[in-house]
Design a protein around this ligand. Sequence first.
Ligand SMILES: C[S@@+](CC[C@H](N)C(=O)[O-])C[C@H]1O[C@@H](n2cnc3c(N)ncnc32)[C@H](O)[C@@H]1O
Length: 249
Amino acid sequence: MDNEQLFFALHEGLPRQGPGSDARTRKALESVVLDTNTPNILDIGCGPGMQTRVLSRRFPEGAVTAVDLYQLFLDQLKESMRQEGLTNISLLRASMDDLPFEPESFDLIWSEGAAYIMGFPQALEYWHQFLKPGGYCGVSELCWLKHNPPKKLREFWEAGYPAITDIQGNIQHITSAGYELISSFILPSKDWETHYYTPLLERIAEWRQDPDLTPEAAQVLHEEEEEISIFRTYRRWYSYVFFIMKKLK
Ligand SMILES: C[S@@+](CC[C@H](N)C(=O)[O-])C[C@H]1O[C@@H](n2cnc3c(N)ncnc32)[C@H](O)[C@@H]1O
């Protein structure tokens, strides 16, 4: 297996692929005021779709389109939809930077922990065209919470996500991309741990039992553990922040 295959094998079946929780998805949705009971909703980089299912239940008369580049996550979401009897979600395999929609198709665009793949400002600018005027957008993004991070932490994120900036910097991106910020809040540490790092660490422990673990797989496990260790040491310095914004008419 190459590194990408190892990464997906390790992450397959986990409840989330990034920090978040149903409680924080619902909290972000409290700031969304739509003038229709039948909204068109787009969830970009849906992964296994924990937040997609919250959107689906919050807007039972609406239509949710869940997009991801990887079929294994869409298959996982499909199985959850079947188990939970959710019928208002459509699945689409597509890239977030090349979406097959007409302009102004959606009342609400959602993306938890995935905009960084394009870059936060680039994603907001590109997705803007797909929102109806006055439509809402909810996106979580990694942010510095304090200035002057310790050297080890700064070097870790300079290598992993050089575009990381602080909350104020991201609010400027939101404004420049043509939105009005409605609200924002910081994801608590438990949103990194409960549905993301804890199940991932359990999976890593299972893999470590394998006497035939390859050096390549061991390296992938090491990198994941390093990220978790950095978080546990320095979590006061950074987190995901949920931004809820409205497209300017
Ligand atoms: C950090 S995960 C977040 C997943 C999910 N929103 C969650 O919070 O559990 C990022 C997701 O983006 C997807 N992804 C990566 N590149 C993509 C692309 N170019 N277009 C669409 N989705 C992509 C990944 O497969 C993954 O599911």
